[in-house]
Design a protein around this ligand. Structure first.
Ligand SMILES: [Fe+2]
Length: 328
């Protein structure tokens, strides 16, 4: 168990009465649920990825394409991503090297993902996030190794949201707390991390987009077709996984945060959901559990796992509220 001072009063999450544009200038423009199966980048055939495909998983990719258009229109200063595949044992880490490049290979699917990455990191925002996270009582590190190999979860989500890589990024690690502590303690850490991230964005004046690099149900087949992109072989792992995904999608879309938090442990247990790593809770917390309806751009299986591409358009919601409406 974590100390009492590090726990979060969950009831306070659900009683937010103020949800206005912060005075400091910085704000979160939108958040995206941005799953990271390497198959999606493989199917896109970008020049950075060595393996080449005949396509595949179009429904998910088309969903991502709509998100790209939205991000281009928003013109954010930075895209932040929290990835389950950058696992850190001691605390929450932030990428803190101005320019990172190298080769990233998916250890499970090396025949699909060998990606030559090159990214600009918003190190000033990383510093602010680290300071705010420390103020929350979290253990924090800045990742300053210039030869660091960025994980495929970070890269896939960022590539699918912005394949031009012309917007600075900030990668955040998944502290392994879900595997050491109880569910509540682990997710509480992500809630605090989200609150710290929001304050850092506000005080640095950043116009930010967030990405939670999470698949939903995560049981998957241990054999793949001779042609990995053979879509005649692709389907969700089981009816039970599908039904769980639909339930969670409904709660996320409708903003039913009480019920979402109540069923999250059971969802993780039943489907090995990657939400366990905290990316989704981090983003929802950073967005202050927004009282709005989210947009589901796509849902589809990848080697049996359930994946959804979703958007919370906070900027439009704020604009509608300011105009006297009820938001989206
Ligand atoms: Fe994953």
């Amino acid at each position: 168990m974590l100390s009492e001072e590090n726990s979060v009063d969950r009831s306070s999450l659900l009683t937010t009465t103020e949800w206005e544009k912060p005075p400091g200038g910085g704000e979160i423009l939108a958040g995206f649920l941005a799953p990271h199966p390497p198959h999606l980048v493989y199917a896109e055939n970008p020049p950075q990825n060595r393996p080449k495909s005949q396509g595949g998983w179009e429904m998910l990719r088309w969903g991502y394409h709509r998100c790209r258009e939205k991000i281009r229109a928003l013109k954010p200063d930075v895209i932040l991503v929290h990835s389950p595949h950058w696992q850190t044992v001691v605390g929450h880490h932030f990428l803190s090297v101005p320019k990172l490049s190298g080769l990233s290979v998916d250890p499970i699917f090396p025949h699909l993902f060998q990606y030559q990455f090159e990214m600009t990191v918003d190190v000033a925002l990383a510093q602010a996030c680290a300071e705010e996270a420390i103020a929350e009582g979290l253990v924090v590190q800045k990742m300053t190794n210039p030869r660091f190999r960025v994980d495929y979860g970070t890269i896939v989500s960022l590539h699918m949201l912005n394949p031009d890589w012309d917007i600075p990024v900030l990668g955040i690690s998944a502290h392994n707390s879900p595997y050491y502590f109880s569910h509540d303690d682990a997710q509480d850490q992500m809630i605090k991390l989200g609150q710290a991230t929001r304050r850092a964005i506000e005080r640095t004046g950043r116009r930010a987009v967030l990405a939670a690099s999470n698949t939903l149900s995560h049981l998957h087949f241990d054999r793949e077709p001779a042609l990995p992109e053979d879509m005649s072989q692709e389907h969700i792992y089981s009816l039970g996984q599908y039904q769980w995904d639909m339930k969670i999608l409904h709660l996320l879309q409708q903003g039913c945060w009480d019920e979402f938090q109540a069923v999250l442990p059971e969802f993780i247990e039943a489907t090995a959901a990657e939400a366990k790593a905290g990316s989704l809770m981090w983003m929802l917390s950073a967005m202050d559990f927004p009282p709005m309806k989210a947009q589901i751009h796509a849902y589809g299986p990848v080697i049996g796992t359930g994946n959804a591409v979703m958007e919370w358009d906070l900027q439009s919601c704020r604009a509608q509220k300011a105009a006297g409406g009820k938001g989206v």
